[in-house]
Design a protein around this ligand. Structure first.
Ligand code: UDP
Length: 466
């Protein structure tokens, strides 16, 4: 429950209910709490529980300034994910996305209470929850800010693609097609849910100057930012992870036994599933690559991750696990990605290129093998391979329609990309050197006068001004 009593300035965090949106807003809460701001994290009881359960890198118990407030959300039937669907976008979650604005009334009551007892209330919300900015505009001392959980590059690409002016992102780039990235229903949903964004005082991106400064700069010149600010505050997670207090997971013990930089980590994030045919090709590809690997295999999240229904069984090719025993580990279920990427044995990340995964990998100096499935992932993959040049392509985005994502990537292609990334060729060494530079840049961004520290200071100064 909301524990804030008469603090001069209070921050409300309103995330969109999906893992890749919960995590960065909770990390941002930590950064604000470190600057002595009380933060109330809002969500349904299940999503608040999910955010706490999956938090990595720091201990919530050391941050009493962060409290959680459950907003009642009506129950709605949410279908199970369908790994065999030709559409890789997590359409099964759409009913839950649709009801996520039913928290308007309780949110309004909370705003009324806090605006009466505080000098100022800053609402940091996901752009997909921008009704919060509309509600806030009723109160003289409530200010709203949008926290974008996507890259500045993908945001700019989508906008300029829409304006049929893709070369303005960067003249030397042929932007990947936005076709097939989203379902029609989701695009319509985005259009409805972005209404309140112009009412915000500005937008925060989980990014940093050296990675995306050029694109943040270009975004800030777009007409919609004329009277609004943009802050690049990233990486949003603590680069120096705190040691977790629980027992060490077996997979980390396994990594301890592997040579330095020898393991390819494989994961497709939280809300995507691969078809069985694709999983078989991936297994064979990893085996044929001859590389060590750690593969986290699970189905896309359900709307409520605490539901007791078991996930469908995912069978791997006959004899696969025996054949790769010793050099390859398959982990089923949720894995501590930040700890994995921080481990010295990990030398590459085969990723779907969700923006959190990209930022985590880039900031920890782990080069990527890119395999985008939907949403902003194709644009992020392009940023990684063509702009930052810290990765190799596994799956080229063709964008021929939502069904395009169903094309099965063959084992040979996967094996050759894995070898290319993990090898000791001149190309792989250059990629590794560039990754190391980005890792150093991420540390510098959080040094005293670094770009992210400065941006965070400027945000905090704005919300706490007299
Ligand atoms: N993640 C994790 N363990 C898993 C899968 C995902 O810790 O087994 C975390 C990952 O570190 C990242 C987030 O979940 O912070 C996934 O967000 P991302 O934007 O990469 O992809 P999405 O899940 O939204 O597609």
């Amino acid at each position: 429950m909301c524990r804030v009593n008469n603090a001069p300035v209070v921050v409300l965090m309103l995330p969109f209910p999906a893992q890749g949106h919960l995590t960065p807003l909770l990390h941002f809460s930590r950064l604000l709490a470190l600057r002595r701001l009380p933060v109330v994290f809002l969500g349904s009881s299940a999503h608040n529980r999910q955010a706490k359960l999956r938090l990595q890198g720091w201990d919530l118990a050391s941050f009493p300034a962060i409290s959680f407030h459950d907003l009642p959300l009506p129950a709605c039937p949410i279908p199970d994910p369908d790994p065999e669907s030709a559409v890789k976008f997590p359409a099964h979650l759409q009913p839950m996305f649709d009801v996520s604005d039913r928290v308007r009334d309780p949110l309004d009551q909370l705003l009324a209470k806090l605006s009466a007892s505080s000098r100022r209330v800053a609402v940091v919300h996901d752009p997909l929850m921008s009704f919060a900015a509309e509600l806030g505009s009723k109160y003289p001392n409530v200010e709203a800010f949008a926290f974008r959980c996507v890259s500045a590059f993908s945001s700019l690409s989508f906008q300029l693609n829409q304006q049929k002016d893709p070369k303005r992102v960067r003249p030397d780039l042929d932007l990947v097609s936005p076709e097939g990235c989203f379902t029609k229903e989701f695009l319509e949903f985005v259009r409805r849910r972005h209404h309140g964004v112009p009412l915000t005082k500005g937008e925060i991106f989980n990014t940093l100057d050296e990675t995306e400064g050029e694109f943040v700069g270009r975004l800030s010149k777009m007409p919609q930012y004329r009277n609004r600010r943009i802050w690049g505050i990233g990486p949003i997670f603590p680069i120096q992870l705190e040691k977790s207090s629980g027992p060490k997971p077996d997979l980390l013990n396994w990594l301890d036994k592997q040579p330095e930089r020898s393991v390819l980590y494989v994961s497709f994030g939280s809300i995507s599933s691969l078809s069985l045919a694709q999983i078989h090709q991936l297994a064979l590809g990893l085996e044929r690559s001859g590389q060590r690997f750690l593969w986290v295999l699970h189905c896309a999240d359900r709307g409520d991750i605490f539901m007791k229904t078991p996930d469908p069984e995912i069978r791997l090719p006959e004899g696969f696990q025996k054949r790769v025993a010793g050099s390859g580990l398959v982990v089923r279920g949720w894995a501590p990605q930040l700890e994995i990427l921080s481990h010295g044995a990990v030398g590459g990340f085969l990723s779907h290129c969700g923006w959190n995964s990209c930022m985590e990998s880039l900031s920890l100096g782990v080069p990527l093998a890119t395999w985008p499935l939907h949403s902003d992932q194709p644009a992020n993959a392009q940023l990684v391979t063509e702009v930052l040049k810290v990765g190799v392509v596994v799956r080229q985005w063709t964008g021929a329609g939502a069904g395009a994502a169903e094309e099965v990537v063959a084992a040979e292609r996967i094996a050759s990309a894995a070898r290319r990334l993990m090898a000791d060729t001149a190309e792989a060494i250059e990629i590794r050197n560039r990754s190391a530079k980005l890792r150093d840049a991420a540390r510098r961004a959080w040094a005293r006068a670094g770009s992210s520290s400065t941006a965070l200071n400027s945000f905090v100064e704005l919300v706490t001004r007299a």
